[in-house]
Design a protein around this ligand. Sequence first.
Ligand code: SAM
Length: 226
Amino acid sequence: MGIKYESVVPWGRSYPEYVDMFNLTPPDLNKPILSCGDGPASFNSSMNQKGKTVVSIDPVYRLSRTEIENRIAETSKIVMAQTKKNQDKFVWSGIGSVEELFKIRIESMKEFLSDYEAGKHAKRYITAELPFLPFKSDEFDLALSSHFLFLYTENLSLEFHLKSIDEMLRVSKEVRIFPLLDMNATTSTYVNPVIDGFSRKGYDVETVRVNYEFQKGGNLMLKIIK
Ligand SMILES: C[S@@+](CC[C@H](N)C(=O)[O-])C[C@H]1O[C@@H](n2cnc3c(N)ncnc32)[C@H](O)[C@@H]1O
């Protein structure tokens, strides 16, 4: 039995993790960034504190702070139980244990929650869901997907992936997706069709090795440039 979630779960990573997952350089961090499926990650909050611009979209932002807090509490038990049962699928050299992982994730999500209402007011957290984005063409330089596309291969179709990436490329000059693995640390069956499809459409498509690996073998990021 591997890892399977009935639906896409809200779970949040930190600013240093985003920098490593997406190879974000100082010039990248100064670009207008759209982060899709950002959920309760603290990347947006940390970037805002540094005076940088990130807009995050997620369907979970239709909920209030308390409702998201409750969903995180429900999700935490499920995610931690699944991670414990499947520890062999992860690299434990950076984060040493399931308990340490839990502590780090909860800290990130607490940072998100304390920034949520101010960020919603400032339109940094926008309720939207792929494959549709409520933005004008080319509004952003960089559009990111962390732990949403490819990861939920069992839950979301190839057609959904192709439409979502098309939409991200409509509103942004460049798309970066991490990881290329599904929930069970196997390369998503959608990676090759996505690479072929967007290469044929004339985009520059590149698989980049990054300085981040938590799922075993999960140190590759996909870059698609218009
Ligand atoms: C596992 S979380 C990843 C959160 C964050 N990006 C990170 O890496 O820490 C996946 C997120 O995808 C969001 N999601 C679900 N369906 C979506 C859709 N159609 N478009 C955008 N985001 C979606 C969920 O609400 C959830 O917050």
